[in-house]
Design a protein around this ligand. Structure first.
Ligand code: G4P
Length: 533
């Protein structure tokens, strides 16, 4: 098959949600449709219900053994669909943010009763930074929830996206009767426990047809007609271009656990979701159908079993054909590397592959060569954009608790930072090191891993910080003045970028007001900021 054909049959996406909205359940149903798994229950939830570090480490150990669950590929309607899994625990949101840089589109799952939750909001914001096309699946219609109009309002307000419903529920909870698919002009009747039959899906082009009463009963039929009229009046028609530009999101209603409304959404996804698209590198745009292979590392998964130290770097292929054993340029190191055992992921199994194409994700065994954001090419010097570091929200000083093990500590910290577990800042004034994370659980994880994997021990000390932001300025004099005046609040990240550590929202605002020619960035692109400094 030609490269163009391989690209045209690939759809790479991520499913995102606030924990408990139904991401795992939906993933499993999609894999069942694709025949990638045979039985329900095969997809393990990566959710961490208890938040003690030992529970987390136990789950990580299991995941380390079966990293296959990080990417799940399946075939559907002659397409190769890659689902990139994202961690369920919000303390690991940064991992999710980065995974989203490797997808071409996303499905957002929202619990009909809970509506838009904080994690949904954060994750959708990340999608919007890259204009990632989003499909919304409103889940758990078998339970009582918010009125659909109220919910869609909330989605538009909180997520800042325009919605276009492509299906509409008939009742919900105890009186849930099914959905009407505007996309396919079909009425799909609900049977609990996933016992849908073929005759439950009825072609229905003309809603004024009295047969609607026959299927739904008088009142629900009248309500559906009324509501659909309102839907047409209130929401724009679906516009594929607007969806592909990330400006409009189609909405589906269903119940993942009952496997209801899932196929309708999948069929629409397959029709409209984007195939791998050109990606911006700092040097130029890279088109997927270019001959030359390019790709970048968006995730590194450590095998935390100390007997098998090797890590797996997840490479998203952006252009050309990736081939096993062919030498590729590791741009940051300026070295040629070849990979004897690149793996692909097919649901529950991992396989060595000979070739992979744009949109695919390949697992590369790594002994410490990779950092998140690294690029591989056939020789060209390229840096892919859009793999950001996010401004952390929690900070602690990290100190060496065992003077005999300072080398181990330095190495452990360096490798954990390469994996993107947290961010390390070194204060300019006194060289003290500060760890910044998105969630509190990471501190325990870092301490545990330093001890168990590197034999190092660390101690934390509190620090009162509100935010870390990356600093640049087009005006060298303004930057110099800022550096002089804020010397005690400055640090460097592991890439050497200048970072301002604000003690409070107020001091951040003061700094911004007093230094109008200095730019404060709340995300840094791993390869990017330094060049702009
Ligand atoms: P997550 O990955 O987004 O965190 O959510 P997950 O799929 O694990 O689902 C969270 C809970 O919601 C699970 O129940 C799951 O069974 C339930 N759920 C998912 N889809 C639906 C649905 O359409 N309707 C209803 N009523 N429930 C749904 P749990 O009790 O937390 O776990 P489990 O013991 O059932 O696995």
């Amino acid at each position: 098959m030609s490269l163009k054909k391989e690209i045209a049959r690939r759809k790479t996406f991520g499913i995102i949600s606030h924990p408990d909205a139904g991401k795992t359940t939906l993933t499993e149903k999609l894999l069942l449709f694709g025949g990638a798994i045979q039985v329900a229950g095969a997809v393990k939830s990566n959710k961490i219900k208890k938040t003690t570090v030992s529970d987390f480490m136990e789950i990580e150990k299991q995941r380390g053994i079966s990293v296959a669950t990080s990417v799940m590929a399946f075939e559907y309607r002659d397409l190769k669909i890659n689902i990139l899994d994202t961690p369920g625990h919000q303390d690991f949101a940064e991992d999710t943010y980065r995974t989203l840089t490797a997808v071409d589109s996303a499905i957002v799952v929202i619990d009909v009763a809970k509506g838009v939750e904080p994690q949904t909001e954060k994750l959708v914001n990340v999608c919007r930074m890259r204009d990632t096309p989003i499909i919304i699946f409103i889940n758990k219609l078998d339970r009582e929830g918010k009125d659909p109009f109220v919910l869609l309002d909330e989605i538009e307000q909180k997520l800042g996206i325009t919605v276009s419903p492509l299906s509409w529920p008939v009742g919900m909870g105890r009186i849930f009767k099914g959905v009407y698919s505007m996309y396919e002009q079909k009425l799909v009747l609900f049977r609990p426990h996933g016992k849908q039959k073929e005759e439950d899906t009825i072609e229905f082009n003309d809603l004024s047809d009295p047969a609607l009463e026959k299927h739904l009963g008088e009142k629900p039929a009248a309500t559906l007609r009324e509501e659909l009229e309102m839907v047409h009046g209130v929401y724009p028609d679906f516009d594929k271009d607007a969806y592909l530009k990330g400006q409009q999101s189609p909405v589906f209603f269903g119940s993942a656990i009952n496997n209801f409304g899932v196929r309708e959404m999948l069929d629409c996804f397959v029709d409209i979701a984007p195939v791998p698209r050109p990606r911006p590198a700092e040097e130029r745009m890279v088109a997927p159908d270019e001959e030359g292979f390019t790709g970048f590392v968006f995730k590194i998964h450590a095998n935390i079993d100390p007997r098998h130290r090797a890590r797996i770097a997840f490479l998203r292929i952006c252009s050309g054909t990736f081939e096993r054993n062919k030498p590729y340029l590791h741009v940051r190191l300026g070295q040629q590397l070849r990979f004897a055992n690149p793996t692909s992921f097919m649901a529950d199994k991992k396989e060595v592959i000979d070739e992979a194409y744009p949109g695919d994700v390949v697992g590369l065994h790594d002994t410490g060569n990779f950092k998140i954001g690294d690029t591989l090419t056939e020789g060209e010097v390229l840096h892919f954009k859009g793999i950001p570091n996010f401004s952390p929200e929690q900070f602690r000083y990290v100190e060496n608790a065992d003077p005999m093990k300072s080398k181990q500590l330095a190495k452990g910290l360096e490798q954990l930072m390469d994996e993107g577990v947290a961010q390390l800042f070194t204060k300019e004034s006194n060289g003290r090191k500060i760890i910044g994370t998105v969630g509190a659980l990471q501190f325990d994880v870092i301490q545990y891993r330093l001890q168990h994997e590197y034999g190092a021990s660390c101690r934390y000390e509190p620090t009162n910080l509100h935010k870390a932001c990356w600093i640049t300025s087009k005006d060298p004099a303004a930057l110099k003045e800022f550096i002089a005046r804020r010397a005690k609040d400055l640090a460097r990240d592991t890439h050497g970028n200048l970072v301002y550590l604000a003690e409070s929202a107020w001091s951040l605002k003061m700094a911004q007001d007093n230094h109008p020619d200095v730019e404060f960035h709340f995300t840094s692109e791993m390869n990017g900021v330094r060049r702009r400094e």
